[in-house]
Each structure stands twice: as C-alpha cells, then as structure tokens.
Design a protein around this ligand. Structure first.
Ligand SMILES: [Zn+2]
Length: 80
C-alpha cells in the first residue's frame, strides 16, 4: 500500500490519537510524513504537546484549582 497522503483536516482530527499512540503504525507514519511537510500541523502538534505538559504539571503539582483544570480541559477538547 502506498503511503497515504493526509489532508490537514484529517491530521487535525486524529492528532490526539496520534499523540496517544492509538493509531496504526501505517497511519502514524502517514501522520509523521505530513508533519514533516506541513508547518501548520506541526505547530498544532507542538501546541498540544505544550498544553498537555502544562496540564500534567498542574495536575501533579495539585496547585491548580479543579475548576480551572476543568475549564482548561474543556477548552482543549473544544479546540480539538
Ligand atoms: Zn497539515
């Protein structure tokens, strides 16, 4: 099977699954190829990674009020 050429909207829809390692190897490879050639989707990926790091940090530090954490998570999933 030839490597699939993904559109940006497809990448955007599967970016969480990609980050979570839930995609098949072939699909993840196709995503990687797309990120290599697409600055826009790479920025989206980096943005989400920074966001997730910040969330993990706030959860582990226990300094973030639960309401704020919930607000951040809601905003995050609304944007996905
Ligand atoms: Zn793209």
């Amino acid at each position: 099977m030839a490597p699939a050429t993904l559109e940006c909207r497809t990448v955007a829809g599967e970016i969480w699954a990609y980050m979570d390692g839930e995609l098949s190897t072939e699909r993840a490879d196709a995503m990687r190829v797309h990120f290599d050639g697409c600055a826009g989707c790479t920025a989206q990926l980096e943005y989400r990674q920074v966001f997730m790091d910040a969330i993990h940090e706030s959860i582990s530090s226990q300094k973030t009020p639960p309401a704020l954490r919930e607000k951040v998570l809601t905003a995050l999933f609304a944007a996905a």
